[in-house]
Design a protein around this ligand. Structure first.
Ligand code: FES
Ligand code: FES
Length: 193
């Protein structure tokens, strides 16, 4: 089946089987192996990516379901060689004490949260990450990293002159007016598994 998608700001025209999952397209067809596969059944959140700004379990979604959508994977977080603030804070608080397998999914769920809620409470952060499991039980450090990233981004935004009314630039996978198709609803979206 031939269709196009935009992944991390780059358009791809692909010809893949209609039964191919999004995670397989990302990892096997595009070589984006930052997205991890844990449970393969929507329980662990390791495979979370953003589809039009919303967190989705890529193991539960067929590739054809996201045709013409904007996908953001963990590889697309860094810009111009500079890590996203979320990545910087995860490095600071999380990287040295854990295995990191859940980190790409955690980062993407946190990214979806901050796109929709730039000033999240701790409760909102924990709810947004509730569908992402960490075997290393590092939730406290992860929540702290997300909170600090939100604070850094809020401070940077308030210091920019463009805050006086200009619309913010859209991230590669940021939310658009598109609503998820039937079949995407219920897949991750930050919902506890
Ligand atoms: S691999 Fe666990 S939710 Fe997709
Ligand atoms: S850091 Fe090891 S599973 Fe989360």
């Amino acid at each position: 089946m031939r269709f196009s998608i935009v992944v991390n700001g780059e358009q791809h025209v692909l010809d893949v089987p209609p039964t191919m999952r999004l995670i397989d397209l990302l990892r096997d067809e595009l070589g984006l192996t930052g997205t991890k596969e844990g449970c393969s059944e929507g329980e662990c959140g390791a495979c979370t990516v953003l589809v039009d700004g919303k967190a989705v379990d890529s193991c539960l979604v067929l590739a054809v379901q996201v045709r013409d959508r904007k996908i953001l994977t963990v590889e697309g977080l860094a810009r111009d060689g500079e890590l996203d603030v979320l990545q910087q804070k995860f490095l600071e608080h999380v990287a040295s004490v854990q295995c990191g397998f859940c980190t790409p999914g955690m980062l993407m769920s946190a990214k979806a949260l901050l796109l929709s809620e730039p000033h999240p409470s701790e409760e909102q952060i924990r709810l947004a990450l509730a569908g992402n499991l960490c075997r290393c039980t590092g939730y406290t450090a992860i929540v702290r990293a997300v909170k600090e990233a939100a604070d850094v981004m809020a401070n940077a935004k308030s210091a920019r002159p463009s805050d006086s009314g200009e619309a913010p630039e859209l991230e590669p996978g940021a939310a658009t007016a598109l609503e998820p198709e039937a079949g995407l609803a219920g897949a991750a979206e930050g919902v506890p598994c």
